[in-house]
Design a binder for this molecule. Structure first.
Ligand code: SF4
Length: 377
């Protein structure tokens, strides 16, 4: 078990560009945030950029900003253009392309907006936008139409209106606190927001969706854990996409959150050439479980503008589930879901195990391909 006192594990692979940085600074999330790499020049001190990546750093970032924490950059393989961390954080020229099926707001979140910062689409749950700031701007972000743009960030009035709406709607029993990344807020603002949500008696579940555990695990401080503990029960939804993100720092952050009483689940986005690899996903999910985080969803990549180069065929997701189911703990097998474009909601997909139905006799195949019969009564 990783104890709270071990939160500041030092990354052994710290790039030479940061050799002079003290351990104390490196472990401080504010230092990490303030020293994010935001230009091709800054990135070049850490990794060898190709010409097309340099161009993309200028052209693609006119639409969606670039920011990489020194910590997340330290996970990159400096000379490997296929490095899965790099592919998620460094712009590519393909972001400038638009596929005919791309949508600015693929999940119709704006259409279902009921108050300044709240989307209410499903019967008993709603999603609250807190900020459009993130530690790292993931190139596959499906909310890139707004994320990273401070002018579109929810105001205090928007947040107040959202809380007022929730107070008036007893059918909502579950709120997803999202963004951007809610952990971009200060502890004080997060405490205030979670407190106003927890004061709503019918709001049973508060979920906090964050990628900071992956891109800025230093953000999980004792004070932050104290804030989350105060407003239990809190579910934390992380966003690990690759085993290369599963560092000792991330493990310490997961342990600290779990020790603080949070229930942690992971939402992976399926990304072409990055994590469409069943064996890797299996190992990552086992690592997550060992570190007290339950793999919950694999999301099919949404048809948002500028990210179609990340989209895999549906078969790739089914192949991952097929490779996991039966071969490892069911706890390591997430739901593979497509969030239907236009706001249709999530549908869960899995390989076909029911081969035929003859009256009340059903024939299945198991994970090894052997057939078995089940008779209904
Ligand atoms: S952390 Fe989430 S909201 Fe922020 S850029 Fe990444 S995917 Fe988008």
């Amino acid at each position: 078990m990783v104890a709270m006192s071990e939160l500041s594990v030092i990354n052994a692979r710290r790039p030479a560009a940061f050799a002079a940085v003290s351990d104390e600074e490196w472990s401080d999330w504010r230092w990490q945030h303030a020293h994010r790499l935001r230009t091709a020049e800054a990135l070049s001190a850490v990794i060898r950029l190709r010409d097309d990546e340099r161009q993309a750093c200028e052209r693609a970032t006119e639409r969606f900003p670039l920011a990489v924490t020194p910590y997340y950059a330290s996970l990159m393989r400096p000379d490997d253009p296929g490095c899965p961390i790099r592919l998620q954080a460094i712009p590519r020229l393909a972001e400038l392309e638009r596929h005919p099926s791309d949508l600015a707001d693929p999940l119709a979140e704006d259409e279902h907006r009921v108050a300044g910062a709240l989307t209410h689409r499903y019967p008993d749950r709603a999603m609250l936008y807190t900020t459009h700031s993130c530690a790292v701007y993931c190139r596959h972000c499906n909310r890139r139409r707004k994320v990273g743009d401070p002018t579109s960030a929810p105001s205090k009035d928007d947040l107040r209106a959202a809380v007022a709406y929730l107070r008036q709607h007893p059918e909502v029993r579950d709120v997803l606190v999202s963004g951007g990344d809610p952990l971009s807020l200060s502890d004080e603002r997060l405490d205030e927001l979670l407190g106003s949500l927890r004061a709503i008696p019918h709001l049973e579940i508060i979920r906090v969706a964050t990628r900071a555990v992956v891109t800025l695990p230093q953000r999980v401080t004792r004070d932050l854990v104290g804030v989350l503990r105060r407003h239990q029960p809190i579910y934390v939804a992380t966003h690990f996409n690759h085993l290369a993100e599963c560092s000792s720092e991330a493990a310490a952050a997961l342990y600290a959150l779990a020790d603080g009483g949070a229930v942690i689940v992971n939402q992976m986005v399926l990304l072409k050439g990055i994590n469409d690899d069943p064996a890797m996903v299996g190992r990552m999910n086992q690592w997550l479980l060992k570190n007290r985080c339950r793999p919950y969803y694999i999301f099919q990549c949404d048809p948002a503008v500028g990210i179609s180069h990340f989209r895999t065929p549906i078969a790739a997701g089914l192949e991952i589930i097929e490779a996991l189911r039966g071969f490892t703990s069911g706890l390591a097998v997430p739901h593979y879901v497509v969030d239907l474009p236009g706001g249709g909601g999530k549908v869960s997909l899995q390989p076909e195990y029911l081969l035929r139905r003859e009256g009340k006799r059903l024939t299945f195949r198991n994970y090894l391909g052997k057939t078995f019969v089940y008779d209904e009564v």
